[in-house]
Design a protein around this ligand. Structure first.
Ligand SMILES: *Cc1c(COP(=O)(O)O)cnc(C)c1O
Length: 384
């Protein structure tokens, strides 16, 4: 293998996560697997077929380039939803490839109608409603006009969804705002259904709202982070682990991803020496230092300098000195038998210990979402 590190995707873990989440969604809640950001760093090309094997048949991406990647690897039986931006001139491409997409303003609505008419194929759209996030989507005052436009272009549309997105369902600090959004969504939805525009799916929930506010699930939930085995936040985790059903018996989410490398060189450095670039770390005594060929160009953030940990021979060992572009130094003094070629677990389990992206996120300024998506697509992925 020419790569200095590799990623493993654990099928068993994914299966368990999907089973747990599907139970939460109930029999009417369609599971949409969100695979934007290169499947949260897991790798779209490997993750999409794996998720299909675990029973997923609806995927969501952010933009057209991501849709293109997903189309290459998904089966014909799976649906695809584009939740964010696509150029108007690419709408014809989306319609022809049966990609369902968000319509968030009148320009996009008209452009979709134009492309559908030209192709003589209905555009399958999700009408996005702005309910309080103050980001994208139609406003309350727009709804009547949207209804009128769709009614007068009935043959050009198939209303796949009417949807919104909550501004932070992962924190109780946003409770009031989320509840207000849910109420406004219902009010706006009424305007559509009252006029005979009934979507196939009413959808508002992401991982956090699915796991916190059951009634946001409706007909569908767009599940990202949780399917990969990560909690949207500590609050969501506590809320679920403390629930009467769980009572801290076990964590129902299992991490799908592991990331591994090897020790490249080992050397003993005497006391009072600075390690690597600069003077951020000085040895306290003679220290055994293991060099690992990963760095910030490989997704191991420089903010983990003198903070991160890796696993070698079942021990949790600290990063010492600055993370370099392609190298990191590990203090392996407490593990005298460490030698070149030893497996290094950057994220995942080894023996009884584990390191996760969540722990990275605690140590650096990144949330687990960002840590995951910063994993370069060039690192090879293997399903285990
Ligand atoms: C990313 C995203 C989701 C999934 O969010 P998670 O917190 O990862 O579950 C759902 N809906 C929209 C619109 C998104 O952009």
């Amino acid at each position: 293998m020419k790569h200095t590190s590799y990623i493993e995707l654990n099928k068993g873990a994914l299966k368990k996560n999907i089973r747990f989440l599907k139970k939460r969604l109930g029999s009417n809640g369609k599971f949409v697997s969100v695979v934007k950001g290169n499947a949260y760093g897991h790798g779209t090309a490997d993750f999409v077929p794996l998720a299909e094997e675990c029973g997923i048949d609806y995927f969501a991406v952010s933009d057209a380039d991501e849709a293109e990647e997903a189309l290459k690897v998904k089966s014909d039986n799976s649906e695809l939803m584009l939740m964010n931006y696509i150029e108007s001139e690419d709408l014809a491409w989306a319609i022809e490839n049966d990609v369902t997409f968000y319509v968030f303003d009148f320009d996009r609505l008209r452009a979709a109608a134009y492309s559908a008419k030209k192709l003589q194929i209905r555009a399958r759209i999700h009408i996005e409603l702005e309910t309080g996030m103050n980001r994208t989507g139609f406003l309350y005052k727009d709804c009547e006009a949207v209804v009128d436009f769709i009614k007068s272009n009935k043959d050009l549309f198939q209303i796949e969804g009417i949807c919104t997105h909550y501004a932070g369902a992962e924190s109780v600090a946003n409770y009031v705002r989320v509840m207000e959004q849910r109420e406004l969504y219902k009010k706006m939805l009424e305007i559509f259904t009252h006029n005979g525009i009934v979507p196939k799916y009413r959808h508002t929930a992401s991982s956090a709202s699915t796991l916190t506010y059951e009634d946001t699930i409706m007909d569908m939930a767009r599940i990202g982070i949780a399917q990969y085995g990560y909690w949207p936040s500590k609050e969501t985790r506590m809320f679920n682990l403390l629930s009467p059903e769980n009572q801290f018996k076990r964590d129902p989410l299992n991490r799908v991803i592991s990331w591994k490398s090897k020790v490249m060189q080992v050397r003993d450095i005497e006391a009072g020496k600075f390690l690597g670039y600069g003077t951020s770390y000085m040895t306290g005594g003679t220290e055994r230092i293991a060099i690992v060929p990963i760095g910030y160009s490989r997704g191991f953030s420089r903010s983990l300098s003198n903070l991160g940990t890796v696993l070698i021979r079942g021990r949790k060992l600290p990063v010492v000195g600055m993370v370099n572009m392609n190298m990191v130094m590990i203090n392996a003094s407490e593990c005298s038998i460490v030698k070149p070629g030893d497996e290094v677990v950057i994220v995942g389990k080894q023996g009884k210990r584990s390191v996760s992206f969540a722990s990275f996120a605690d140590l650096s300024k990144y949330v687990n979402y960002e840590m995951l998506t910063r994993l370069p697509s060039s690192i090879p992925r293997f399903v285990v």
